[in-house]
Design a protein around this ligand. Sequence first.
Ligand SMILES: Cc1cc2nc3c(=O)[nH]c(=O)nc-3n(C[C@H](O)[C@H](O)[C@H](O)COP(=O)(O)OP(=O)(O)OC[C@H]3O[C@@H](n4cnc5c(N)ncnc54)[C@H](O)[C@@H]3O)c2cc1C
Length: 391
Amino acid sequence: MTGLPGTSRTKRDGCSDEYSELFILISEFTHDQLESRVDLGEANSTFPRDIFLELGRMGVLNLPYSHVIDPQTPPVPYRVSLQVLEEIASSWLAIAVGLSVHHLACAPLMNFGTSEQLSVWQSWILSGQALGAYCLSEPHSGSDAAALSSTAVRDGDFYILNGTKSWITHGGVADFYTVFARTSPLKDSGISCFFILADTPGLEFGKPESKMALNASPTVNIDLQNVRVPVSNRIGQEGEGFAIALASLDVGRLGIAACAVGLAHSALRIANSYSQERMAFDHQIADFQGIGFMLADMATSIYASRCVYLDAAGLLDSGESISQEAAMAKLLSTDTAMAVTTNAVQVLGGNGYTSGYRAERYMREAKVLQIVEGTNQIQRVIISRELRKDP
Ligand SMILES: Cc1cc2nc3c(=O)[nH]c(=O)nc-3n(C[C@H](O)[C@H](O)[C@H](O)COP(=O)(O)OP(=O)(O)OC[C@H]3O[C@@H](n4cnc5c(N)ncnc54)[C@H](O)[C@@H]3O)c2cc1C
């Protein structure tokens, strides 16, 4: 694995040697399987389902849940799983975001599921055979997620779910759906969490959204029409769903931060190498301070973003609560990715504006990272709320 251009740092910061083989495996995988397919996959909007099967075979889907799978052995640090995600994002963002969403869909079951639920579904959802979707957003509740209006009404040993979920990554291609729905009118404490298999009658999938980027990753609306879900598929107690959703999002935001750093890193690589090839006024454009300083700022902000998300991951590894740090990491890394990818287009001049170079795609891809898993305004809301606890 290579580090930031111009530095000797590797992408294994803070990880012990026992993970060297994993990082080599991931590096080979991204080179052989992702680099060769990303351009066509994005151009044709084809969802590469087989890649998730392969990630399952490689054991990548297990990484954030080693503490549940085998409580006797030391868990794989989040620093490791997040740097794996960063490496994948540097080759194909849609796969890395898909992996992050799959982890988000698994988190409620893995962290709050009963031993019976784990014994039925754990190996299936971590094997790569089953892909997950996380269904929180609705047409009228995105940022204010607790305002969701889908309902789950108890009917004997079942719940009957009705409503609409919006923007669901992997909608229509997932094998299971982690769905949040209202079991009582109380705002935050009226929400419950359900594990729903894809072939359950009443799940109606819309057409994939036509998006600015991330075209290999389907995003759809899902209508829930009298979906009958056994009570045994409820994760946690009635009313605990929103707390479960938020706990999963703290870790998810570090995933998005890692994705942003991987994407920004690739944009810097293109800009850095182009600046040493392109000539203007009888000089490499890298000789001009206006370009050199731009590249220096890009490298510095990427380095800072990595440090912040890895520090937050370290806190998580020590069992600390990280709501504020995860929000800071997501905010800084995704704003960095937006600025770095935009500047990469600028460094490439007219070529940057064409699809012959990946810089323009990186710029389009960066935008979504400022929106998903809580917009960057919402990250600021979280950070400022924490600040007010400390007058
Ligand atoms: C490609 C893609 C994939 C997605 N995948 C999923 C998924 O798998 N599962 C899922 O559940 N959701 C998913 N989402 C939804 C995403 O999480 C929401 O789009 C996001 O939370 C914002 O919600 P919204 O779009 O309703 O915007 P709104 O909440 O309507 O916000 C509109 C604007 O108002 C701002 N705003 C809102 N409230 C405040 C405030 N209090 N202070 C300051 N500004 C505020 C927002 O920052 C934003 O700029 C996905 C979205 C996209 C685009």
